[in-house]
Design a protein. Structure first.
Length: 73
């Protein structure tokens, strides 16, 4: 999928654990892991807004588009 999720980057910048973020956002750590690892097929805007609020960031800090077959990262 050409959308890459960079939640782990923001977690590191904020020195926050997956469990802490999941609690602040109101989702299970397992569901957050699915999103974080790029296995999610969709994300609700409400969840994205909650993630941005908890991490004090913009949606573009969490999601980025990469062309199919692009090399590097």
């Amino acid at each position: 999928m050409p959308i890459t999720v960079d939640i782990d980057v923001m977690l590191a910048k904020r020195k926050m654990s997956v469990g802490e973020l999941a609690e602040r956002v109101g989702i299970t750590p397992a569901n957050l892991a699915v999103l974080k690892n790029g296995r999610a097929r969709a994300v609700r805007f409400a969840t994205l807004a909650a993630l941005c609020g908890a991490l004090e960031c913009q949606p573009g800090d969490l999601l980025r588009w990469e062309a199919e077959g692009a090399e590097g990262g």
